[in-house]
Ligand binder design. Structure first.
Ligand code: ADP
Length: 426
């Protein structure tokens, strides 16, 4: 062990270092007892102690061979302490006969504990504080050999290793505890945050709903009166008819936008989707049929191809109808007269593959990566006049994602497109 030559340590620093170790007044500990036993046995001394020198007492973290009541009390006042001198100097103290030693001849340990020969090694922390001593005591005068002092020095080193192991264990434990507490706090903060976000989400949904409904009612009136006026075109000036037709068209566009926003809100805020078994082939056929008139007015070759077997999925019928409606109506909307739109339902191993293929305007490659973003619209020479909200495909993707499905598409500009999705078969 290397002893500091000279360290300016105030007693309060040293006492603070001792307190930090949390060893004072702790129970008997077998690992320290093993070391005092070993010291006693190897040096053949009747008493061996691990003392911790406090402000006004010395505490025995371990003791072998002390008489009662000291053995049970596990401490003495400093009036009975040789070890305090080891701590004061931070150096070994070797005494062959205490009765004639100038430093300790008046110490009460001589009479009360029969300490005649004493050898003590300082216990020094890694930051240089002497906190106590490992000492051996004999009741007879004795000349301690250099070999015995070396043994004691080695054992003092072991005592300090033991103390430091405990310290690092305690430190680790403290860090773990701190980490645990921090993670608990963070968890609580996240819960609060989550709750706030959910509340805000609910408020947003409610606001959108109220706003959309409030818009829909006056819009219904505007459109209703426009339709009524258009029933009496014969009494209207020609340019007024055009104005009213324009009002009606704008109203329809606005209504579509409001309906799309409401649908999206319904889908994204649905806490528990109403998933039930449904025959997908029948649903696809139903949506195909509702678009027959639109396809006919657009002058398209419109066809439906499906497997004969009814294919069933677990799903929300309102949402899936909406997805099918969006894809089919897009194909009709973005295909010029004379083109074809084919709706297909097929089985592919454990999935249903739904596809709408058209020979329409197609989509330039540069736009294809953003098609499913909300409000994204493609403006080509062929399509810029066609109305829409840019929410349809976004809605389709949201719905299919919520059904554990996958959206697929392929499009070649000015040749045509295929939009569809896979859904797991129930
Ligand atoms: P919109 O309401 O504009 O139709 P969508 O989200 O349904 O919104 O579609 C986004 C854009 O993708 C559309 O503006 C359109 O340009 C393009 N698109 C969608 N389907 C087709 C299709 N079958 N053929 C060509 N373009 C399409």
């Amino acid at each position: 062990m290397v002893y500091a030559d000279f360290v300016m340590v105030t007693n309060s620093d040293r006492l603070a270092a001792l307190q930090r170790l949390c060893l004072l007044d702790t129970p008997v500990d077998p690992s320290f007892d093993r070391l005092t036993r070993l010291a006693s046995r190897m040096i053949k001394a009747p008493v061996s102690l691990v003392t911790l020198v406090d402000r006004d007492r010395q505490f025995f973290k371990s003791q072998i061979g002390l008489p009662e009541p000291w053995a049970t009390m596990r401490e003495t006042p400093l009036s009975h302490s040789f070890c305090q001198h080891v701590v004061d100097t931070n150096k070994p103290l070797i005494i062959n006969d205490s009765r004639i030693h100038p430093l300790v001849s008046n110490n009460l340990a001589i009479t009360d504990l029969n300490v005649i020969a004493y050898a003590g090694m300082p216990l020094v922390t890694s930051d240089g504080y002497a906190i106590g001593s490992l000492c051996v005591i004999d009741h007879e005068p004795r000349v301690w050999t250099s070999e015995e002092i070396e043994i004691l020095d080695d054992l003092a080193e072991s005592v300090m290793t033991e103390i430091q192991l405990r310290e690092s264990y305690d430190e680790r434990h403290r860090i773990e505890q701190k980490l645990y507490e921090t993670s608990q706090t963070q968890l609580k903060e996240m819960e609060t945050l989550y709750k706030r976000v959910s509340d805000l989400e609910r408020m947003k949904t409610e606001m959108i709903r109220v706003a959309a409904h409030d818009l829909r009612n006056p819009l219904g009136l505007v459109m209703g009166y426009s339709e009524l006026m258009l029933e009496e075109t014969e009494v209207m000036a020609e340019h007024h008819v055009e104005f009213v037709q324009s009002i009606l068209r704008s109203g329809q566009k606005m209504l579509k936008l409001i309906n799309d926003i409401l649908s999206l809100e319904r889908v994204t805020s649905a806490q528990n989707n109403q998933h039930q078994p449904l025959v997908f082939t029948d649903l696809a056929r139903e949506v195909y049929d509702t678009n027959l008139d639109a396809a006919r007015s657009a002058n398209l070759h419109y066809a439906f191809e499906s497997e004969d077997l009814p294919l069933t999925v677990l799903g929300d019928v309102v949402q899936l109808r909406e997805a099918l409606e969006n894809l089919i109506s897009n194909a009709i909307k973005y295909t010029p007269a004379g083109g074809t739109v084919t709706v297909r339902v097929r089985r592919q191993s454990e999935h249903i593959l739904f596809q709408v293929e058209d020979s329409g305007y197609g989509i330039p490659e540069a736009d294809q990566t953003r098609l499913f973003q909300a409000f994204y619209r493609v403006h080509t020479d062929e399509t810029y006049r066609i109305g829409g909200s840019g929410l349809g495909l976004h809605l389709v993707k949201n719905i299919i994602d919520r059904h554990a499905g996958e959206v697929v598409f392929k499009s070649v500009y000015q040749k045509g497109s295929m939009f569809g999705f896979f859904l797991p078969i129930a």
